[in-house]
Design a protein around this ligand. Structure first.
Ligand SMILES: [Zn+2]
Length: 312
């Protein structure tokens, strides 16, 4: 339990539909999401079942049109699905490569603010091995994106390892760092770590029309000196562990299982998305593997989207 199923080279999907009910963090609306089986090479696809047409939104980094506080995907008809990252991270950790995700509103429910609820059900459900192999992606050399104070890089490595560091003025969050290898480490703490915010920012966030569904039930809230949630933190490094969870959810939007050593300082959804866009511009530095030892293609045919991802 709490390990990724990355050691297996074959793609996976679910056998049965999994259903979750909760509220949208930003919309505050009650939402139902159903995760359904899909064929090999279909990837992760969202379907807005509250809409009759143009309701398919593909989980791909090129379809990210907003990365402010959460990751929002949007199709060419302007149909959106937001706050996808914790569910995607759960699918990544559970080893699911292909799924149709039906959602009846614009936002995936926040549940408890982590991947815990999604993963508990995924771990109990039957998972099917498909006949096609996974596509791993590895870099030949270090690729880095620096944006002011923030930076993220990916270096050659045979497994996915994420080194993350936060640096907040707040003394409770402070300068927290952690290193997680998704092939060998126990992922319990990363999976259970909740999204967080500063108490003093809540009013600002709500004025911007965001976090209408936010509460102490689905986010860690900190003031100058303490964690306001009953029971405090779930683990010592919950803040940075949540950022690592966000990062791997966003990495699944690459369409590959990325292998490499990630080093990230002060990053977030926006920086991760900018990084993926940069990564696929360095096609000659990328290798695609169908199993960890066999190179099937050095070329990747990704057309860059014309749409700019970021508004944060
Ligand atoms: Zn998050």
């Amino acid at each position: 339990m709490y390990k990724t199923l990355m050691h297996d080279d074959y793609q996976k999907t679910l056998v049965n539909t999994l259903k979750f009910e909760g509220i949208g963090l930003h919309t505050g609306e009650k939402t139902i999401v159903e995760i359904k089986p899909a064929d090999a090479n279909e990837g992760i696809i969202f379907k807005r079942v509250d809409l009759k047409k143009n309701n398919i939104v593909v989980a791909n980094y090129k379809n990210v049109t907003s990365a402010k506080l959460c990751t929002t995907l949007e199709n060419k008809h302007g149909v959106k699905v937001s706050t996808v990252e914790h569910l995607l991270a759960a699918l990544y950790i559970a080893g699911i490569d292909n799924a149709l995700i039906e959602v009846n509103s614009e936002e995936v429910p926040i549940m408890d603010g982590s991947a815990k609820v999604f993963l508990e059900k995924l771990y109990k459900s039957e998972i099917k091995k498909l006949s096609k192999k996974r596509k791993y992606l590895r870099v030949n050399n270090k690729i880095e994106l620096v944006d002011g104070d923030r930076r993220i890089s990916l270096e050659p490595n045979n497994s996915l390892e994420v080194n993350f560091q936060l640096n907040y003025q707040n003394r409770i969050i402070g300068n927290q760092k952690n290193k997680v290898n998704f092939e060998i480490d126990n992922l319990h703490d990363v999976s259970n770590s909740r999204t967080f915010c500063l108490y003093k920012d809540i009013e600002k966030i709500k004025k911007a029309g965001l976090a209408k569904g936010g509460s102490l039930d689905n986010a860690v809230v900190v003031d100058e000196n303490s964690v306001l949630n009953d029971g405090g933190l779930r683990n010592d490094k919950e803040f940075v562990n949540h950022k690592i969870l966000d990062l791997i959810g966003d990495f699944l939007l690459s369409g590959y299982r990325i292998l490499g050593k990630v080093t990230c300082y002060q990053g977030g959804h926006e920086l991760t998305n900018l990084f993926l866009r940069k990564l696929f511009n360095y096609k000659s530095s990328l290798q695609v593997f169908e199993s960890k030892n066999i190179i099937v293609s050095k070329e990747i045919s990704h057309k860059q989207s014309s749409k700019i991802a970021v508004n944060a």
